[in-house]
Design a protein around this ligand. Structure first.
Ligand code: IPM
Ligand code: MN
Length: 353
């Protein structure tokens, strides 16, 4: 028998509600001989208001002792922008060296993409085969907080935000992306950057991408500037298989990816430390949605799909596939409005059946 030591960080807004459903499905899918030991951590806006803390060192040390982390959402309008994002979410990603930020973009059968709208004659177009994965770098780029301000409050005020790119950091994410591409049927990898303008970082990415590529002769590669990539995400998303890109481009592209694959309510992610030195963290791509928090309206599907990624990461491939199949079946049959817990109940029933 095996024990999974799971740290649960529901966080803010709808984070609480969706995480409860994710745990429901996780509990239902695990084999009887696997023991789930989950510990909930109160982090986010409430704790910040109560104690002024975002992520105390003691909590970070405790989190480190877990096999994985399930996170709901971080951010609240009552806290100044950036405090929780930097002090909690990004701190976790950086402290646990989550350099692979994995974000699948898949259009499930039965789900309407805004792209597959209606033709001018009113007949609906067919579903596109959108099935790609964005491998977003998670620990470098403009996210490192390397910058500052000068002459604050004067008309001459200056702010810098310097993107950090190391050969080490680029190489490990690029190699991971090649491996993923190699393992997929189409074996295609696209590098997205902006090397015509961001020449210093861009050329380093481009060079390492080509060098590592020599180890993967079967993988077909191409390169797109990020602005051109946004066009193809809308006009031809089926062309993508695996995409590798920097932290900020990956952030922007994966919101667009979510939009074209049925909305942010379905987009899952994994912040992965492949070495296993630190726990990986799984979270829906969406935010805390304070406007609908506490109303049972949030779709927990993105969290449930993140749970599938978590299972896969921990070596429960069959259980992960079961959760994905349950989501696919649920999406294919969706009609009417259901509450957050009704969706969770339906998915839990499917995986235990
Ligand atoms: C995401 C979010 C975060 C990011 C924010 C909340 C720091 O937008 O997970 O995509 O920019 O990475
Ligand atoms: Mn984002």
């Amino acid at each position: 028998s095996r024990t999974i030591r799971l740290a649960v960080v529901p966080g803010d807004g709808i984070g609480q509600e969706v995480v409860a459903e994710g745990l429901k499905v996780l509990g239902a899918v695990l084999p009887a001989d696997v023991k789930l030991e989950s510990t909930e951590y109160d982090l986010g806006a409430r704790r910040y208001h109560r104690t002024g803390e975002t992520l105390p060192d003691g909590v970070l040390a405790e989190l480190k002792g877990h096999d994985a982390i399930l996170l709901g959402a971080i951010g609240d309008p009552s806290v100044p922008s950036g405090v929780l994002e930097r002090g909690l979410l990004l701190k976790l990603r950086f402290a646990f060296d989550h350099h692979i930020n994995l974000r699948p973009g898949r259009l499930f059968p039965g789900v309407k993409s805004p792209l597959a709208g209606t033709e001018s004659d009113g007949a609906s177009t067919t579903r596109r085969d959108i099935d790609f994965v964005v491998v977003r770098e998670g620990t470098e780029g403009p996210y490192v907080g390397n910058g500052g301000t000068l002459r604050t409050g004067t008309p001459q005020e200056v702010a810098t935000e310097v993107s950090l790119n190391t050969a080490y950091g680029i190489e490990r994410v690029v190699r991971d992306a090649y491996r993923r591409a190699q393992a997929r049927p189409r074996k295609k990898l696209t590098l997205v950057h902006k090397n015509n303008v961001l020449v210093h970082a861009g050329h380093l990415w481009t060079r390492i991408f080509a060098e590592v590529g020599r180890e993967f002769p079967e993988v077909t590669t191409d390169y797109l500037h990020v602005d051109a990539a946004t066009i193809f995400f809308v006009t031809q998303p089926e062309r993508f298989d695996v995409i590798v890109t920097d932290n900020l481009f990956g952030d922007i592209l994966t919101d667009l990816a979510a939009a074209v694959t049925g909305g942010i309510g379905l987009a899952a992610s994994g912040n992965i430390n492949p070495s296993g030195e630190f726990p990986s963290m799984f979270e829906p791509v969406h935010g805390s949605a304070p406007d609908i928090a506490g109303q049972g309206k949030a779709d927990p599907t993105a969290t449930v799909l993140s749970v599938a990624m978590l299972l896969d990461h921990l070596g429960f491939a069959a259980e992960a596939a079961k959760v994905e199949a349950a989501v696919a079946a649920d999406l294919a049959e969706r009609s009417g409005t259901r509450s957050t817990s009704q969706v969770g109940d339906a998915l839990a029933a499917r995986v235990s059946g």
